[in-house]
Design a protein around this ligand. Sequence first.
Ligand code: SAH
Length: 252
Amino acid sequence: MRIDILTLFPELLETPLRTSLLGRAVEDGLLTVAVTNPRDFAGGRHRTVDDEPYGGGAGMVMQCGPLFAAVESLRDRNSLRRIVLMSPRGRRLDQNLVRELAAEPDLVILCARYEGVDERVSRALVTDEVSIGDYVLSGGELPALVLVEAVSRMIPGVVGKWESVDTDSFYHGVLGPPQYTRPPEFRGMRVPEVLLGGNHAAIGRWRRMEALRATRERRPDLLENLTSEDMDLLAELEAERGRPNTDKEKSQ
Ligand code: SAH
């Protein structure tokens, strides 16, 4: 997969793109990430990319010219099918959107600064506006990295074991299960007994149950699209609620 990122601050992206899983994916050629600076496409002695908003008001607005020219310069390397603008006014990023974007052969991601971009960029250049949540950051670079990292995890080979992705929160619509590591007892707190034995079917069932328990407690809004198997497990959890001294309590 190829991702072209447009930013006025390429240095903000350097370390994250070189580090850990993302860095290795780039190094192994599973993912190509290229950074383009729209300032290189700005005219004039000062290479200006922004100007005051029409109608007045605080801040500056990124101009159409450099952004259109920068995107058009990618035509030979990128299909330009999906041109994503990071924006608090966009569709809120979730795993479904991550999966949808990861299925593309390539993406262009625009990072804005200041008060954002001229509306004609949104209307005529961009195909998708994506927000990483209902709060405002000072630029699109960190949101772009969030998107790139989430998308990269969907590319086979980026995460060493696919099982890690498969059991992640949201991958199958619910939160991930709790995890434990050595030692088996710490300050009187025991690791649940089932995890210490080698019964993989029992472990799998326990994990699914605990994933559903966490989802019911923290994010009941996610429980809408469950499989019938999960509905059965959830029904068991509901029954357990009425019973004192549950397995969970016994194992803690
Ligand atoms: N005045 C704008 C916010 C500008 S913030 C507004 O109210 O909509 C500057 C830039 O940072 C944005 O254009 C966008 O590229 C990026 N940005 C800020 N918050 C973001 C968020 N929650 N998700 C995605 N991008 C964001």
